[in-house]
Design a protein around this ligand. Structure first.
Ligand code: AMP
Length: 250
């Protein structure tokens, strides 16, 4: 059973995003980029399924610029067997990513695609769902536990009221929640070995997909700075301030 894991290169989660001076987007120049954290979780799950002997091959794929090769090398160092870059210099919207993945899936024939539930740069939470719809596959989103049965997946999801368990047909698209697992770190020997693993590049414009963006970002600005708090010396004075100054209680 082959598993495909789409991994996106995003601004590292430890870096505070800053809006560009002209408000056209988030500043990325010279900043550390990393694998989207939910995709690290997706990859970890796929690698664990391989280690258990359930999966036979883990293929990581990234849609983006040449620089996404770094993210794919990280995926290879973490345990993916092969990597594929679908290269495109321009904007890559979730629908275009999903359509490119469909083309790749037609060639690769994986049984499971494990995506992150969202990319932390666009917070779109769209790609996995659109991919499942385009493929007419089952989908199980926000997985906190995944078990493989013969021809089905048992997926546990954290919902408002507790835990929901779904049984879905294979092939399937799963998207990962934060508590699915704790991803491993790449060891130095594995980083070295990853340099020799296969990394193929496919030009997105050869796939026959309209990659033209449909959404225009009108502006990006940082949140207004918060005013500093005020210390009060008693509960009575707090209630007084909430009533008469902030006017948030009557
Ligand atoms: P999004 O719909 O943009 O929030 O992304 C959800 C998930 O789709 C991510 O966690 C990735 O698994 C996958 N994905 C989105 N964009 C890309 C991309 N450019 N390359 C590879 N995978 C992606």
């Amino acid at each position: 059973m082959k598993i495909l894991v789409p991994v996106k290169r995003v601004l590292d989660y430890n870096i505070k995003p800053r809006a560009k001076a002209d408000g056209s987007g988030v500043e990325l120049t010279g900043l550390k980029m990393s694998m989207n954290p939910f995709d690290e979780i997706a990859l970890e799950e796929a690698i664990r399924l391989k280690e258990k002997g359930i999966a036979s091959e883990v293929v990581a794929v990234s849609c983006g610029q040449t620089s996404s090769q770094d993210t794919l090398r990280t995926a290879l160092a973490l345990g993916a067997d092969r990597a594929i870059l679908i290269e495109h210099d321009g904007e890559f919207e979730p629908l275009a990513v999903a359509k490119c993945l469909v083309k790749l899936i037609e060639q690769e024939q994986p049984k499971i695609v494990i995506c992150g539930k969202q990319a932390i740069d666009d917070d779109a939470n769209q790609t996995g769902q659109m991919l499942a719809a385009l493929l007419n596959w089952s989908q199980a989103t926000f997985a906190s536990k995944v078990e493989v049965e013969e021809d089905r997946l048992l997926v546990t999801r954290e919902i408002d009221g507790g835990l929901e368990t779904l049984s879905v047909t294979l092939p399937s698209v799963v998207t990962t929640d934060l508590r699915l697992n704790d991803p491993r770190f790449a060891t130095l020997p594995n980083i070295m070995k990853a340099k020799k693993k296969p990394l193929e590049t496919i030009q997105a414009n050869t796939l026959g997909i309209d990659l033209t963006p449909r959404v225009t970002i009108l502006g990006v600005r940082e949140p207004d700075p918060r005013s500093s708090g005020v210390r009060v010396d008693s509960v009575d004075s707090l209630i007084d301030k909430l009533k008469h100054e902030a006017k948030v209680i009557a």
